[in-house]
Design a protein around this ligand. Sequence first.
Ligand code: UD1
Ligand code: UDP
Length: 368
Amino acid sequence: MILYPRNTMNTPNNPLKMQVEKNLVDIVTIAGTRPEIIKLADLVQLLDGQGNHALIYTGQHYSDNMKSIFFDELKIKPDYDLRCDTSDIATLKENMLKFLREIRPPHILVYGDTNSSLAGALAAKEVGSTLVHIEAGLRCFDLSVPEERARIKIDSTSDYLFPPTELARTFLSYEEIEKNVTVTGNLVVDVCRRLAKVADEYGRHYDLPDKYLLLTMHRQENVDERDRLEMLRKHLSGIDHKIIFPIHPRTKNNLAHYGITLPPNVIAIEPAGYLEFLYLLKNCRLVMTDSGGVQEEAIVLRRPCVTLRHVSERWETLLLKANVLFPLHRRDPLSNVIEMMLDAKIDRNPYGENVAGRMLQLIKQITQ
Ligand code: UD1
Ligand code: UDP
């Protein structure tokens, strides 16, 4: 796919430049990482259909298998790629500001809690745009988690907030954020259900073990220090199942850095594209993860989940017993918890459906 290079705003015939010159960009959506591309895809398609929208990609995630494959599979295209190649908030914000000062969009949408989203929120306020926060109100109540600090800051800065559930709305009310808050459901439901249907084609590419568990892991609390990775290796080696592990680059780099090798029951693969990942998720017996998005997709696709953290923001999945917490520093065997969860009955989705369409209507009301 062709992304517009950084300097094309000033070249003739750039579609976005022409749109800006005609004063047609009312709404800018900011995305910068794998989960944002996935979760925003349906909404971006709908907004693009309105003709007054631009998607700006920060380039925080830059490797082809963390970025381009998702734009291709989800069939959206950024109007502009800042190509920051970093998660440094100051750099992300500075690059965004250069750009936003040219466009001066009346409205800016950000999703979730990444550094790109935080930088987008700060930049939006600096250029005087109205800020809409999608996936507002998630809380794990541990301020040592960088995403928790980002969420709180973005929520406190936003003019309109779209929490996915009533519980997230309640968390906002505890922080005295009650104005312009609308519960919307979670955008992940529709995109993951739709693409899970086409993901079956991946069966052709795979010679999967009959029964396997799936694993993803990338949070800094789990993968940045040697002792945590050693704990992970020990827990995995005690599991009597094959484990497929698409490895996030952060984790891959740190395993290599500390010279830690994975046990023989673990099949390590490159980060998977979305179709491939959904195929693996649909067919696994259980998923172990520290990912927010994977906890949500697991309950939507009715796969049991063990979250390898001491907290989660996805309380609804824990309350419905589709998900349990297992922090890596626990001394009892992870395998016991897995055996307990293998037969979990998962029959409810707490995240709503047809979310993008309803969100579009809300955004139209805000931007009229
Ligand atoms: C970021 C988000 C996290 C989100 C995750 C989704 C922040 C602070 N963290 O974490 O909330 O859950 O994305 O995956 O915003 N790297 C590559 N190629 C890439 C991207 C990253 O090699 O395309 C490597 C680089 O060495 C980089 C490291 O991974 O330094 C970490 O990337 P970074 O974007 O800082 O954080 P994530 O762990 O991806
Ligand atoms: N995902 C993927 N390939 C992988 C791992 C995850 O497509 O190898 C998808 C997953 O289905 C989910 C999203 O990436 O939609 C989650 O991203 P990640 O775990 O990086 O971030 P988080 O949700 O924790 O912010």
